[in-house]
Design a protein. Structure first.
Length: 225
């Protein structure tokens, strides 16, 4: 019986791929159909990333890979960011455990930290300072997100900017001449000078976002010291 001989395999023949057999496999898979669905996916991704980051920070601290003061400041920031981010997915996930189960997150240290609402090194003294920090971070994120979504009406921005300035003023450890608070005050004054129906111009939105991002970074640096 003759043995079939296959010559020039690899140089002239073509081995069919999965996409040759089914061209649909090469098509891009869209995870969303509209901007609302895209925003929902982005919100969930943000919460997912924050939980994982808190877990990594907890493990790093337990291994003495990060000093206590740096751990406390970064943990406070992450917890505040998580609180703000989770509000955006709470309609579908009433509890953080529901979210972690849905996305198979095995992060017990992060879950404990989230439930306690404060860094491991911070004693429960009523949580006043940690509460102020959490509220400040949450308001910074909320206002900047509104600006990125092109929400620019005075009556939609003013309440949060006013609350942000007032809470920053309650934080006695912040220097009176703290530049971040000065920037927030400038925009509060600008909004106070507007009518409720007035809107910021594109240039004003861009400048306000720049100033608030700068103020937010100033605040994070202050906490890290």
């Amino acid at each position: 019986m003759a043995v079939p001989v296959f010559s020039d395999v690899g140089s002239h023949s073509h081995i069919p791929s999965a996409t040759d057999i089914n061209p649909k496999l090469s098509q891009e898979v869209r995870l969303y159909e509209n901007s609302r669905e895209r925003e929902e996916i982005d919100n969930r991704a943000n919460v997912f990333a924050l939980i994982n980051t808190i877990q990594a920070l907890e493990k790093a601290y337990l291994k003495d890979a990060v000093n206590p003061s740096e751990y406390a400041s970064q943990c406070s920031i992450l917890l505040a960011q998580y609180t703000a981010a989770f509000k955006l997915v709470r309609e579908k996930f009433p509890k953080v455990e529901d979210f972690m189960t849905r996305y198979l997150l095995d992060c017990p240290a992060a879950l404990e930290r989230i439930k306690e609402g404060r860094p491991l090194t911070v004693q429960d003294d009523g949580g006043n300072v940690q509460k102020l920090i959490a509220e400040i971070v949450s308001l910074f994120i909320t206002i900047m997100d509104r600006l990125r979504l092109e929400i620019k009406a005075m009556d939609e921005l003013h309440p949060d900017v006013k609350e942000l300035y007032e809470i920053m003023s309650k934080m006695s450890s912040l220097p009176r001449d703290f530049e971040g608070r000065t920037k927030v005050r400038k925009w509060l004054d600008n909004l106070n000078a507007m009518s409720a129906s007035d809107e910021l111009s594109e240039d004003q939105v861009r400048q306000m976002l720049f100033d608030l991002e700068s103020a937010y970074n100033d605040f994070n640096r202050f906490l890290a010291h």
